[in-house]
Design a protein. Structure first.
Length: 317
């Protein structure tokens, strides 16, 4: 069993698992300089091309321009290398929900597969009104998206019989709160997640869930729904709240402060990563550290992140 699985299962990992994510825009900006940085940190960047022409994977939604997905949502992007946003919603009127059909094609489990999909289909303001007024159309919409995701999860489980973990991504929070009340989240969103994650657990696998935003009020509920590893943001939730809701209760892949990285000094970055590690560390495990770097993060700060993670991965309390 490697340290990643030991950390998830509280089986005393030798080192804290760490990783650094580099957006396509970051590669486009720094090119060979970033490649050279990766070569200096082989323990972190084990699967990055270190020689030759700089190439990087860009998902379709990270290209500038427009495209329409299988649900009929129109995505628009003005900046190559960053994620698109949905600007065209296929069911903008509430009564349109009754005519909505899930795609016949199987698109897997992209980021935003459940909660964000509701917003993409209806539009943020309209779906917020639906949650406020709770019409029959809201549950009908949730059922359509949930059932489609159950099918996609069944396919994913069969496609990866040897994988111990199925990864999901769906942002549930805003900067300072959930967009809906915790009570309504538990009423409408919790059952959908649980139905989807039950498929994973019945196959003997674990659930990894990435979710941005302030979600600490429902972390316990996410665990009850079947999440084994949570990927929460430190800035949106606050370190104290994550210590209270996660430490010793649910394994986390802690998303370090992306909003700090562009403006901090290397020393401040080192202090931030050490503070988070000391607060969340348990010898049994339950902690992983990750840092995502966009193109606004200076190279020296990416270097500082790597150095701090290399030092703290051996932390023993």
């Amino acid at each position: 069993m490697n340290d990643y699985m030991k950390a998830i299962t509280y089986n005393y990992p030798e080192k804290i698992p760490v990783k650094v994510g580099l957006l396509p825009a970051t590669w486009a900006k720094y090119g060979k300089d970033l490649q050279a940085l990766c070569a200096r940190h082989p323990d972190i960047f084990q699967n990055v091309q270190l020689t030759g022409e700089v190439k990087y994977f860009t998902p379709p939604s990270y290209h500038a321009g427009k495209f329409t997905d299988a649900w009929g949502c129109v995505w628009e992007n003005i900046k190559e290398g960053y994620e698109s946003i949905v600007t065209g919603h296929p069911v903008p009127e509430r009564e349109d929900v009754w005519n909505l059909k899930a795609p016949e094609t199987d698109i897997g489990l992209p980021h935003g597969f459940m909660f964000l999909r509701l917003m993409d289909l209806r539009g943020f303001e309209e779906i917020m009104i639906d949650f406020a007024e709770e019409p029959d159309e809201l549950q009908h919409l949730i059922d359509i998206v949930r059932d489609y995701n159950i099918r996609q999860t069944e396919i994913e489980v069969k496609r990866n019989p040897d994988s111990e973990i199925i990864v999901f991504g769906d942002d549930n929070g805003m900067q300072h709160s959930l967009p809906i009340s915790p009570a309504k989240w538990r009423k409408y969103i919790f059952p959908a997640y649980k139905a989807i994650y039950d498929v994973v657990h019945k196959a003997g696998k674990l659930v990894y869930m990435h979710t941005d935003g302030c979600i600490h009020e429902v972390i316990a509920d996410m665990k009850e729904a079947g999440v084994n590893v949570l990927n929460p943001q430190i800035r949106a939730n606050g370190l104290d709240n994550l210590v209270k809701t996660c430490k010793g209760k649910i394994a986390i892949d802690l998303d370090l402060d992306r909003q700090l990285f562009p403006i901090a000094t290397p020393k401040q970055i080192e202090e931030h990563i050490e503070e988070c590690t000391r607060a969340m560390y348990m010898p049994q495990g339950g902690l992983m550290l990750c840092a995502e770097c966009a193109a606004d993060v200076p190279l020296e700060n990416i270097e500082a992140i790597c150095c701090a993670l290399e030092r703290m991965r051996s932390f023993k309390g």
